[in-house]
Design a protein around this ligand. Structure first.
Ligand code: HEC
Length: 135
């Protein structure tokens, strides 16, 4: 009886361990895709080809009080100076996803060792498939 309970508990834990990164990875993958479509033209690698000083590095975001998903989402939604507003091109949810992606990448200095790639390699190691191909 004890063994059965232990096995059930282990299965439950396993299900949760798999489920959480999957949901998270899906969110981040969408954010990454949106960024590739709408933002990378000006903000490749977290830079800014129009106004170099207004880049997406974490120090800059912090200095400009843009180090939260809400603040980034507000800017993306309404635009600012040479950056146009995205509220007619993206849904609220898409804006939130792309903003979360920007903040996450900024925190990881825009290199590939972000949470996204950690989650992704965890997933890859489990199922040996590339989730970024889906959706
Ligand atoms: C046409 C070029 C262009 C595109 C495309 C663009 N941006 Fe920008 N972005 C800018 C410019 C210019 C600024 C500086 C605005 C200002 O004067 O404060 C900026 C500023 C920002 C900032 C604030 C940076 C800071 O440190 O103050 C964020 C965050 C940002 N953009 C995110 C995005 C996201 C997310 C997208 C895609 C949905 C995007 N941008 C698309 C040109 C662009």
């Amino acid at each position: 009886m004890k063994k059965i309970i232990t096995v059930c508990l282990l299965i439950l834990i396993l299900i949760n361990v798999i489920k959480i990164p999957t949901a998270l990875a899906a969110e981040m993958t969408q954010g990454a895709e949106l960024f590739q479509i709408h933002c990378v033209g000006c903000h490749a690698n977290g830079g800014n080809i129009v106004r170099r000083g207004k880049n997406l590095k974490i120090e800059t975001l912090e200095r400009n009080k843009l180090d939260s998903v809400e603040a980034i989402a507000y800017l993306v939604k309404n635009g600012k100076n040479n950056m146009s507003a995205y509220q007619e091109r993206l849904t609220e949810i898409e804006i939130e996803k792309v903003s979360a992606y920007v903040l996450e990448e900024a925190k990881n200095a825009w290199h590939s060792e972000g949470m996204m790639s950690k989650v992704k390699s965890f997933w890859d190691s489990l199922f040996n498939q590339d989730i970024s191909r889906k959706n």
